[in-house]
Design a binder for this molecule. Structure first.
Ligand SMILES: Nc1nc2c(ncn2[C@@H]2O[C@H](COP(=O)(O)OP(=O)(O)OP(=O)(O)O)[C@@H](O)[C@H]2O)c(=O)[nH]1
Ligand SMILES: [Mg+2]
Length: 449
């Protein structure tokens, strides 16, 4: 993945280094992006859609959130589109909830199944599970020794008896053994090669029927680039593919294409492998992956900012639509904490929590910040019900909340008083806003640009 990382790094420096992002600069940047993605073996049509989408969204954005420059916004769009292409912002669930849980590994020859069996075993043993490994590959010479040695290294149970002859009997016997050995997780490794593809797939299907795994995990080699989708397709004609493990991301320029292709099969990419060591396994998180591709620190700070702005946006919407609960207040305090004095909420509400912030002395400012922190911890100690219906907060609830937040009942009451005051103020602001109509709103939205 180094190549793609370098290319994206170059694109980001180019964005940062431009004086303005005009039509021509944008074109050039998007062309670089297309080139980088196509070189990483991402499907051409997808690349085209992605850059087209960025271009449109960038041009259509009429108002940038305050404090965000056009360059920031372009980098943010790049990040968001790439994350979406890799499956959005959901982290896969890798927790084992049913025991014993059986995972069957399938994949073409040399994709990394046996190594991955060892990696998965170690991953779950570290999380306190008893793991059993079963080898069913009767074709590759040394397959049994290979997995037995891995099992010894990670301290997993092992079963594999080539004298039984056929893979299906071995799988059945292995399952029996691991169950009586009280394994929490049983991993069944399979062959990747046979006399022909048909025969391999029929054996895989036979093992599947005998073992009835909770999960079939397809192991794909990232060096195959966008071909991994076709591999998934072939296997899924015989058995359902539930999850994907992408190996060898460390050793190929085609990793981007492999990942995108895998995402598009509809099966969840759960893990990626980035090295030959057993420790080289990572839960696949598209957000984290893309931030790293784009050069972490830089992008992450920007993303935090965008997120805070989005949260602030929500609060403003709540306020405008007449919803002002303690939950709104909590979100407001959180957004203010992240955005600082730039916050539009702060500009909109010159009184209240931090009266006339600009005119405060350092000491008063520190006090205000202390109070803000204290109030946040009070709000975080409340239940959702309390946040939405402050009326139910009686004396005993106040005592509980104070205890939970390490404050005093007096502090809690102070906050509730503030909330009531604020609530009243909000409705008067809303009234005046309504009177001044859209003019006021427009003026307000255009601040900071
Ligand atoms: N660089 C790198 N190499 C890997 C990774 N995963 C596996 N390998 C290597 O890929 C080669 C094949 O791995 P195996 O685990 O034997 O693959 P297999 O799918 O079991 O192969 P067959 O049993 O023949 O189908 C070995 O040399 C592994 O060390 C990875 O994430 N990165
Ligand atoms: Mg193998």
């Amino acid at each position: 993945m180094r190549d793609l990382m370098d290319a994206l790094g170059g694109i980001i420096s180019r964005i940062r280094g431009s004086t303005v992002i005009d039509e021509e600069t944008l074109r050039g940047i998007l062309r670089d992006l297309q080139r980088a993605l196509i070189r990483a073996d991402v499907d051409v049509k997808l690349v085209y859609d992605l850059t087209k989408g960025i271009e449109q969204e960038f041009k259509e954005a009429k108002e940038l959130p305050p404090g965000l420059t056009a360059k920031d916004y372009l980098i943010y769009l790049l990040y968001r589109r790439l994350t979406d292409l890799l499956g959005g912002d959901k982290e896969p669930d890798v927790e084992i909830k049913v025991k014993p849980y059986v995972i069957m590994l399938v994949g073409v020859e040399g994709s990394g199944k046996t190594t991955t069996a060892g990696k998965l075993a170690l991953f779950y043993i570290k999380r306190g599970l008893r793991v059993g490994l079963i080898e069913t590959d009767t074709i590759r010479p040394g397959a049994f020794d290979q997995l037995r040695q891995l099992a010894e290294r990670v301290k997993a149970m092992f079963y594999g008896d080539p004298s039984l002859g056929d893979a299906i009997s071995i799988a059945r016997a292995g399952l029996e053994r691991m169950r009586s050995g009280k394994a929490d997780l049983i991993i069944v490794d399979t062959a990747g090669r046979h006399r022909n593809e048909e025969e391999l797939l029929r054996e895989v299907k036979g093992i599947y029927d005998a073992v009835k795994p909770n999960e079939v995990m397809l192991i794909v080699d990232a060096t195959n680039g966008k071909q991994v989708g076709a591999q998934a397709e072939t296997f899924s004609r015989y058995i359902p593919i539930n999850s994907i493990f992408v190996t060898k991301l460390d050793s190929t320029a085609k990793g981007g294409g492999a990942l995108v292709s895998a995402v598009r099969t509809g099966a969840k990419i759960k893990f990626i492998g980035n090295g030959e060591d057993l420790e080289d396994i990572e839960v696949f998180n598209p957000r984290r992956f893309v931030s790293r591709l784009m050069g972490m620190g830089d992008v992450e700070a920007l993303l935090d900012r965008v997120k805070a702005i989005e949260e602030e946006e929500e609060v403003l919407e709540d306020i405008e639509s007449g919803k002002f609960t303690l939950l709104t207040l909590m979100k407001q305090l959180e957004a203010m904490g992240k955005l600082g004095p730039l916050s539009r909420i702060l500009q909109m509400l010159p009184i209240g929590l931090m009266p006339q912030l600009k005119g405060l002395s350092d000491e008063q400012l520190a006090n205000a910040q202390d109070r803000m922190r204290r109030w946040l911890s009070i709000l975080r100690s409340m239940t959702r019900e309390e946040l939405l219906n402050p009326n139910i907060i009686n004396a005993s609830r106040i005592r509980r909340i104070a205890k939970g937040s390490g404050t005093t009942p007096r502090d809690v009451r102070e906050l509730l008083r503030y909330y009531n005051e604020m609530s009243r103020m909000m409705s008067s602001i809303r009234k005046s806003q309504r009177r001044l109509g859209s003019l006021f709103k427009r003026l307000n939205l255009n601040q900071g640009q």
